[in-house]
Design a protein around this ligand. Structure first.
Ligand code: ZN
Length: 208
């Protein structure tokens, strides 16, 4: 939703609700963890009201342990936080799950998959950032593909079931390659909202 028209949030959410997309992805930024501020709790409400699809909240905020439960109460079905943003990853995961949502953990482009040691069997999803978090409209960083492959290999070797989500610079041009590397969930912003026919663009990505 970061690339939606905030003056027409209900209209844009309803478009996603009608489309082939399965989840609505909400990027929350605090101006501290990332050099940008997006939106907070009040914006969750109209989005939650406008769609029955899965609400997927991506927290780019410091000390997420102080906020995760409030996001679940505001309607999030999934809450993902950044491992770089907290010393309390295990606490975050149990707070999210305890509040009744699925828990995801994210790594920025410069963070290695090995940083997730000891957490992969506890999360429902790993979000691989394929751009530096903070802004929409950036180009996909190709090294993300190696991380996706590595996570997919670990998941198979250890019989784990976490989903692999990829966020940043996704379009119909690279969606096929990203799925092929092992990703399950692709996040797209500007490629969708910048398209002449957003609903058609979503179908193109899913069929890539
Ligand atoms: Zn995101």
């Amino acid at each position: 939703m970061l690339s939606a028209d905030f003056g027409n949030l209900e209209r844009d959410t309803k478009m996603i609700d009608r489309s082939a997309a399965q989840w609505v992805h909400i990027d929350v930024m605090d101006g501290v963890f990332v050099p940008n501020i997006s939106f907070g709790f009040p914006v969750m409400k109209p989005i939650r009201k406008a769609t029955s699809k899965v609400l997927d909240v991506h927290l780019m905020i410091v000390e997420p342990e102080n906020y995760v439960e409030k996001f679940v109460k505001a309607g999030a079905d999934w809450v993902t936080f950044h491992i770089e943003a907290t010393q309390k990853s295990l606490e975050c995961i149990s707070l999210i799950k305890g509040a009744g949502a699925k828990a995801g953990i994210s790594i920025k482009p410069k963070t290695e998959v090995s940083a997730l040691d000891g957490l992969l069997d506890k999360v429902d999803m790993v979000l691989v950032m394929s751009v530096e978090p903070g802004f929409g409209g950036q180009s996909f960083i190709p090294s993300a593909l190696n991380k996706i492959r590595e996570l997919d290999r670990i998941r198979k070797e250890r019989g784990l079931e976490f989903l692999i989500q990829v966020d940043g610079g996704i379009s119909a041009a690279n969606a096929g390659e990203v799925f092929e590397a092992g990703a399950d969930v692709l996040v797209a912003g500007s490629a969708v909202f910048g398209a002449q026919d957003p609903e058609q663009e979503i179908i193109k990505m899913l069929e890539a």
